[in-house]
Write a protein that binds this ligand. Structure first.
Ligand code: DX5
Ligand code: ZN
Length: 218
């Protein structure tokens, strides 16, 4: 399991401290939620913050762009030090082109689907995709409940990806209660925000998550 804590639920005034805490507990990736107040009804951060995060950690920076016209900002996020950029299929007119551009910049290309978007939206872009992100909440806010209707989509995407070298990621409402079920369905990358940062002890929550993953593998 690759664990990608979402900084959306971190303390933004103590970001470096919060990042260090989750990375030292074993998280390999940091999930950065970028929102523009247009594609989603919330505004968060941009490339400047990513640039500063890059200076504080060597963890993989997984940038989830919930923005309209992502093509306008991909180069800026790459320059800021992102390792992977995930864009939304719903936000791209030329999805194949956008994913190709992310790869051209030397980054891992990710494509995300909102809960209501069918899996067929990514059928013809797999050759330029390194990661598929299934949203299990309607994007925009942390702390929402997992939408169970997304569970059959996990099987569907797993089947579509087949033997290809593409990671499957899930984002929204994931915690120790549903982690085992998701891993057993073949999810590779887990995003978790509130279940980690709002817990009494984020480090022990992360350790518990890795214990669940180890039990799932055995
Ligand atoms: C939602 C974001 C998620 C969010 C997850 O729009 O893409 O990454 O931070 O938060 P939790 O884990 O609290 O649902
Ligand atoms: Zn996200």
């Amino acid at each position: 399991m690759i664990l990608a804590p979402s900084i959306l639920s971190a303390d933004f005034s103590q970001l470096a401290h919060d990042l260090e805490k989750v990375v030292s507990a074993g998280a390999q990736w940091i999930h950065i939620d970028v929102m523009d107040g247009h594609f989603v009804p919330n505004i968060t951060i941009g490339p400047i913050v990513v640039k500063h995060i890059r200076r504080t950690t060597s963890a993989y920076l997984d940038c989830h762009l919930m923005i309209s016209e992502p093509d306008r900002y991909i180069d800026a996020f790459a320059e800021a030090g992102a390792d992977g950029i995930t864009i939304h299929a719903e936000a791209c007119t030329h999805l194949h082109r956008t994913l190709s551009r992310i790869r051209e910049l030397g980054l891992k290309s990710g494509v995300s689907l909102n809960p209501s978007t069918p899996v067929s939206a990514i059928e013809y872009v797999l050759e330029v995709t390194d990661l598929v992100l299934l949203m299990s909440v309607n994007p925009g806010f942390g702390g929402q409940s997992f939408i169970n209707a997304v569970i059959p989509k996990v099987d569907e995407v797993r089947k579509l990806i087949s033997q290809r070298d593409i990671l499957l990621q899930i984002d929204g409402g994931v915690g120790t209660d549903n982690l085992g079920m998701l891993l057993s369905k073949g999810i590779d990358v887990i995003v978790a925000g509130s279940s980690i940062f709002n817990s009494m002890d984020p480090e022990s929550t992360i350790k518990e998550m890795f214990a669940i993953a180890a039990a799932n593998e055995s």
